[in-house]
Design a protein around this ligand. Sequence first.
Ligand SMILES: Nc1ncnc2c1ncn2[C@@H]1O[C@H](COP(=O)(O)OP(=O)(O)OP(=O)(O)O)[C@@H](O)[C@H]1O
Length: 736
Amino acid sequence: MPWVDVPDEEPKSNLKRNGTTMNGDNGHRRKKARHSYNSGSGSGGSAGPSASTTIQEQRAQLPIAQGREALIEEIRSNDVTVLLGETGSGKTTQIPQYIFESGLAGNGVIAITQPRRVAATSLAARVALEQNAQLGQLVGYSVRFDEKYSSSTRIKYMTDGMIVRELLSDPMLSRYSVVIVDEAHERTLRTDLLIANLKKILKARNGPIADDAKGKKQSHPLKVVIMSATLDAEKFSRFFYNAKILYVQGRQHPVTNYYAAENQLDYVDSAMRTFFQIHLDRPPGDVLIFLPGQEDIESLQASIDLFAKQLPSKVPGVLICSMFAAQDQRKNSQVFAPTPPNTRKCILATNIAETSITIPGVTYVIDTGKCKEKQFLARSAGGGFDTLLTRDITKSSAMQRSGRAGREGKGYCFRLYTEASFNAMTPSAEPEILRCSLTSSILQLKCLNQNLEDLDLMDSPDPDSIISSLKTLWLLGAIDNKAKLTPAGREMAAFPLEPQYACAVVASKNYGCTSEILDIVSVISASSKLFIDASEHRDTATEVRRKFRHPTGDHMTILNIVRAYREVTASTVNGTVVYGPGGSNEGSAKGNNKDKAAKREWCRKHFLNERALLEAKDIRDQLRMVCERVNIDWTVSALSKKSGENEGRTEEDAIVRSMGHGLVGNAAFLQPDGTYKQNLGPSTVKIHPSSSMCDKKVPAIIYDELVYTNQIYARGVSAISKAFFASHSAFTQRKA
Ligand SMILES: Nc1ncnc2c1ncn2[C@@H]1O[C@H](COP(=O)(O)OP(=O)(O)OP(=O)(O)O)[C@@H](O)[C@H]1O
C-alpha cells in the first residue's frame, strides 16, 4: 500500500499567549522526522525504557517533570486550573503524584476521573507501582462493579460515572480535596454533569458566600484541575470564570504519521495488509490497530490468524489480543501482558484504547479512521432509543490514537486515510449531552434536587431529549405527574443499573421474585455477551442451547442458563441438570477445582461465555448489597415459600411482569400483518434473529433494546400479556 509520511501535528502555540507555558520538552522534542515507509530507515523498533532505567528515573525523564514546581505553585494559587498537554507528556500519571507529594491535598483524597474503566484501572496499577505501593492502599480505583481502595487511599482513579454517583451520598464531595477531570475534551455526559456540579461545589466550599445546604462554609476548599489534550482549553477556562490555562509542552518520544495515498474504503482489509507490511519489513515492536467495533475486530482477527499461520517459520510469530467494551475486563487486560520472545503482539481495539492508556511494547499504530458513536433517537411520543452508528473519527481522536505509539520509544502511526481527510476532520466530537439518552442522569439529578434544565452546563441538551427521558422516568414510576421524584424513583437511583432494570428490581418486591430478577439483570448488565455466536458454529450453538429456551422468551431463558450453570458440578456435567433457585457452587471460591473445570467445560459445550456468568455473579453480589441498603429482601424467590405476595401467579408470570414494569416503554404489539408496532412510538420492529422469540407470533412483547441496521430489530424479547398494559398505572392514569 503506498504511503505518504508526514511529521506529527505540532501543538498550536496560540494558547501560550492566554496561559503559561511549562516548557518541559526535556531535550526530546521531536525533530521533523522524514522516514520513507519502505526503507524502514530511522525506525527505533520497540525500544522501550532500558532495563537499567529505574521507574523513578523514568518519571524524572517525562516532559512534565521539568515544570513540576511551577505547576504545583499554579495549582496552589488557583481554585481551578486548566491543563493542556500533549499525549504522553505525563499529565495523567504525574499530576496526582505531584499534588500528593507536595502536600497540597492536605488530608483529603485526590480524585482523577477517566471516561473509561480500563484507563482508570490500568492507570491506578501504574501509579501504585510508581509509588511502590500495593494497589488499593495509597493508590486505588473505583469503576462500576469493581473497586479497589481503602481508608488509606489518597490517589483514586475513578470513572466519571462513579464520582457523579458519589454526589448522591456526598453532594459536596467532601472527602476530596482535589478533583482532576482528565480527558475533559471527550465531553462525556458524566464529565459534563461533574463539571457543572464542581462549579456549584466550588462556590459552596471556596466561595466568599457559602451556599451549601446548611448555609455554612465547608471546612476545606476544593481544587479542580481540568486536563485536556486538545485545544478546547479556552472553553473550559471561560466556563470557570477565565480559569488559568497551563500548557505543558513536549512529549517524551516522537511519533511519525504516515497517510494512505488514497482513502481506504475496505479498512479491515487495508489494516490487515498494513499489519503484514509492518510485520515483514519493520523492526520488532507491537502493533495496535483501531477499529470501530467488535464485528470488525473479529473479522480482522480471523484474517490475520489465517495468514499468520502461512508465514515461513523464520518469521516471528503473531499473538493477537483484542480490547473492546463488551469484552470481559480480564480478557481486555491481557493486552498489557508482556509479549513472548520472537513474537509480535497485534492488539485489535476500539476507541476504548484511545485515551490515557499505555500498552507497553506498542511501537506501531494502525488507525482505520472509524469509530462507533452512540446516538439517541429521541421520540417525544415516548421512549427514544440509543443506536450505534459507524462514523469517521475526529481530529482529536486521530491525535490520541497516534499518541498510543511512542510511549516508550519512537513511534509510528499508519493512518488509512489521506492527509487531506485528516485536515478535513471535525476538531472534536459533539458532547454526549447533545446526543445520548439522559434518562439515568436526570434520575440521579432528581435525587440531588436538581433539574437538568436548571443546571449551569457547558452545553445545553436538546429539549426533546429531556422530554423523552422525563417521559420514560414517569412511565417507570420514578417521577410523578409534577416531575417530582417518587420514593420508588429514589430506590431505583440507588442501583448502579440502567433505570429500566433498577425499576424491574424495585417492582419485583410486589411479585415476590427479587432473587430471579437480580439473576437476570446481572447478566444483562455484564459487559461480556452471554452467547458465543461466531458464524461458523451458529447452528450447532442454537441446537445445544435449545434446552434452555423458555416459551416466554429471552429473560426466562437467561434465568434457565444461570440456574443450570449454578448446578453444574464435576458429577453433573455429563448428567441431567436440575433447575432450582440454589446458589450453592457457582464459580466461587467454594467450588473446588474439579467443579470449576466442569463449569468451564459445560460453558464451552453450550457456546456460552463463562466470563459473562462470572461477571454477572459479581454484579449480583453488588446489587444484593444495594438491596440490603434500601431494605429490599433479595432472598425472596418465586420458587420459595417466602413469596407470599405471589400466590396464584406462575413463576414466569411474576418474573415477566416485573421485567414489564421496567420495560414498559419498550413494548410492541402484534399487527394483523404479522409485524410488531411499538406501543409508545411510531416504529415497526422485527424480533432479532438471535432471540428465542424470533419465529413466534404473540400478541405483545417487551424488549431490552432496539438495534438499528437496515431495519429496526428488538433484542432481548419476552412475550407478555396485553392485559398487563391495560392495568399498568401509567396507562390507567392516562385514561383517567
Ligand atoms: N502502564 C505503563 N507502563 C509503562 N509506562 C507507562 C505506563 N503508564 C504510563 N507510562 C509512561 O508514562 C508516560 C506518561 O503517561 P501519562 O498517561 O501520564 O501521559 P499523558 O500526558 O496523560 O498522556 P495521555 O493523555 O496520552 O495518556 C507514558 O508515555 C509512558 O512512557
